[in-house]
Design a binder for this molecule. Structure first.
Ligand code: 3PG
Length: 304
């Protein structure tokens, strides 16, 4: 079987070596890293049976360049980079590897909280996380880990997630909130952990941002698309206490930079950039592909 590993942002060599070992002599692992153009991916996908990607854009153009492709595995959580419809139209299965890089993302969320609370390590007085109210927007794999880490810092943790039973939050020592409005209006720090899907795109808008407390830190390790950037800019102007730390550089980055120590964006998405997360996600992706061809296992399928 021919398996393409297409990663514009490459996995660590340790992760890639593990993939080579698992593929062994039985499977041919083709590696396409740091490619510059969509056409490179379109060429590489032509005769492969399976493909592993990260945030690489799997467009209809890419899908339709493939001739024998049966499965695409997004080695990670968010699959907003994959054209699910185009894959379904060609009977191509799409999977993700949920949970495999969550710890890395959760740790980065806490790192960003400290960095912003300490004014991006500029001289002057910052604040501590201890005793602060943290609101978690979506209690999935990442949100749950953010909660556990934050409790270690002595934070008071609450969360809003309409898809998670209150009893699960309570069991974890997290206070369930009734609405998004409540989440954004009562907390000192908010960790955004929602996926970018049609119902969440630009969902964090002026209605929500206008209700933020005076000094609040917003941490976005999800996707830039979930925030309405025009509304974010106005909120930052109107409420000089808001700080925004993000692992996904917004389109309005240049304007946001004018807010100085109230704003920080990682230059490239760093959430899953740890050795451990790379290995976990890459190995899970390859094992899912091998299992799919062997047994038909579609456990982590995300398209219909
Ligand atoms: C994810 O959705 O899993 C994270 O955003 C990580 O994405 P990456 O593999 O492109 O770094």
């Amino acid at each position: 079987m021919k398996i393409l590993l297409a990663t514009q942002k490459p996995f660590s060599s340790v992760a890639v070596n593990q993939l080579k070992e698992i593929a062994g002599a039985e499977h041919e692992l083709i590696i396409l890293e740091k490619y510059r153009d969509a056409s490179d991916l379109e060429n590489a996908v032509k005769d492969v049976d399976a493909m592993i990607v990260r945030s690489d854009k799997v467009t209809a153009g890419v899908v339709n360049s493939a001739t024998v492709l049966k499965i695409v595995v997004r080695a990670g959580a968010g699959y907003d980079n994959v054209d699910l419809q185009a894959c379904s139209d060609r009977n191509i299965v799409v999977m993700n590897t949920p949970g495999q890089n969550s710890n890395a993302v959760a740790e980065l969320s806490l790192g960003l909280m400290i960095y912003l609370a300490r004014n991006t390590f500029s001289p002057g007085t910052g604040s501590e996380l201890k005793g602060k109210k943290l609101g978690i927007h979506a209690y999935g794999n990442v949100g749950k880990l953010v909660a556990a880490l934050a409790k270690g810092f002595g934070m008071e943790v609450s969360a809003f997630d309409p898809f998670v039973e209150d009893s699960i939050l309570v069991e974890d020592g997290v206070s369930p909130l009734k609405s998004i409005d409540e989440l954004y209006s009562v907390n000192d720090i908010i960790s955004i952990n929602i996926p970018a899907i049609p119902s969440t795109i630009k969902s964090i808008n002026r209605n929500i941002l206008n209700s933020l407390k005076k000094n609040v830190i917003l941490i976005n390790t999800a996707r830039k698309e979930v925030i309405d950037e025009t509304d974010l800019l106005s909120a930052m102007l109107q409420n000089p206490g808001i700080k925004y730390g993000t692992d996904v550089m917004p389109d309005c980055h240049e304007k946001m930079k004018e807010f100085g120590t109230r704003y920080f964006a990682t230059p490239k998405k760093m959430g899953a950039e740890t050795e451990e997360a790379n290995v976990n996600a890459a190995v899970a992706a390859l094992n899912q592909i091998i299992d799919f061809f062997k047994t038909g296992n579609e456990r982590f399928r995300v398209n219909k």
